[in-house]
Design a protein. Structure first.
Length: 339
């Protein structure tokens, strides 16, 4: 176990990867390996798969820099958005002193107590594509019935003659699936919560499967997705055979454009249920990435009402890194622990 003084504390963002071309990533250097006892996986099919192929530590206990580099290497997620996403999670789920987080449950097996992405109600949330709402059941593990809704969306979009061909998911099918998942939570989950950050998070995740689970996806996201590929990531935590990462990074503003297209196409609005079938739209919720940052900073401050000076400094530093990761000077910066 690390002693208090040897803990690394907050670290700067790692540099962007240099080569962002399309390339084979399911290669000999990164073989799939089944889970060992104590290996941790969680609600994110993207990160689970990277850990199962060794792009992330197979244990599932990771640093922010390891995540930011691995998602670029494995999927060509852009450096800026990868950093923003990673620190959004880290500021809820990370240990600021050890600089560690897990991609799933909390653990003490790997040294210090380490918290992880399973924490419900902030980043992990309702209306997921392949995991249940926490109120309704298991919100972390793959759920075959929900996956069926992905297949149904594909079939429906095909009926509407918007699909490109057999066994392929178009953007229309992804949008349909997003609508089905939101309607399902409205109908069954009296505590359905779909406000920032979950609102943009859930919709960005729908964009993610389209932009990054397609082998060799084009820079303009024109290639459709296969059900088989989605199954590989969601269920097996495994890269499809011969999988190539996309052509060129998926970064701001591409991520924003695709996410807001899905918001518009799905007619999605941030809000929450007050009892089943009683969805109340929150008109105060700005539903922007600046707002994700603002809410995250406020939320993190509430997690640490009384930090030690060392912890306070570490959180302050990570909050500065988070603003740097957001990378938009038009967003107001917040300093709950002072400048
Ligand atoms: C960069 C760091 C990342 C973090 C911290 C992260 C974290 C998470 C978390 C906490 C969830 C659970 C949300 C829920 O309740 O559904 C999630 C879901 C998801 N993530 Fe990630 N993720 C990251 C990167 C990625 C990447 C690179 C991909 C794709 C290549 C990806 C694909 C997905 C998908 C598709 C879901 C939705 C699963 C579902 O709805 O069933 N993520 N992620």
């Amino acid at each position: 176990m690390q002693t208090f003084s040897s803990m690394p504390g907050p670290q700067p963002l790692p540099p962007p990867i240099k080569d962002t071309s399309e390339k084979l990533v399911n290669d000999f250097a990164h073989p799939f390996k089944p889970l060992r006892p104590h290996d941790i996986r969680g609600p994110c099919p993207g990160l689970n798969t990277l850990a199962s192929h060794g792009y992330l530590p197979r244990s599932g206990v990771v640093t922010p820099a390891q995540i930011i580099t691995a998602v670029q290497e494995g999927y060509n997620l852009g450096h800026q958005f990868a950093s923003f996403l990673c620190y959004t999670a880290f500021l809820t789920d990370g240990n600021h002193l050890t600089n560690l987080m897990t991609i799933g449950q909390n653990t003490t097996t790997h040294g210090h107590p380490t918290t992880g992405l399973n924490t419900h109600g902030h980043f992990e949330g309702d209306a997921s594509m392949s995991r249940d709402d926490a109120y309704l059941g298991n919100n972390i593990n793959f759920n075959e019935t929900l996956f069926d809704a992905v297949c149904t969306s594909y079939r429906l979009s095909k009926l509407q003659q918007t699909a490109v061909g057999g066994g392929l998911l178009t953007l229309d099918a992804i949008v349909l699936n997003r609508q089905i998942r939101i309607q399902d939570s409205i109908a069954r989950n009296p505590q359905f919560a779909f406000e920032t950050p979950r609102f943009l998070g859930a919709i960005a995740e729908s964009a993610f499967i389209f932009a990054m689970f397609v082998s060799g996806q084009t820079a303009d996201n024109k290639k459709p997705l296969t059900i088989d590929a989605v199954r590989h990531f969601f269920d097996f935590h495994r890269l499809p055979h011969g999988f190539h990462r996309r052509q060129g990074p998926f970064d701001f503003p591409l991520v924003e454009n695709l996410t807001y297209s899905i918001v518009d196409m799905a007619g999605a609005k941030p809000g929450s249920n007050n009892g089943v079938n009683n969805y109340i739209v929150n008109t105060q919720d700005l539903g922007t990435f600046c707002y994700v940052y603002q809410k995250q900073i406020n939320f993190t401050a509430t997690l640490y009402p009384n930090p030690t000076p060392k912890l306070r400094d570490a959180i302050k530093q990570n909050m500065l890194t988070y603003y740097q990761a957001l990378g938009d000077p038009k967003c107001k910066q917040y300093f709950p622990f002072g400048k």
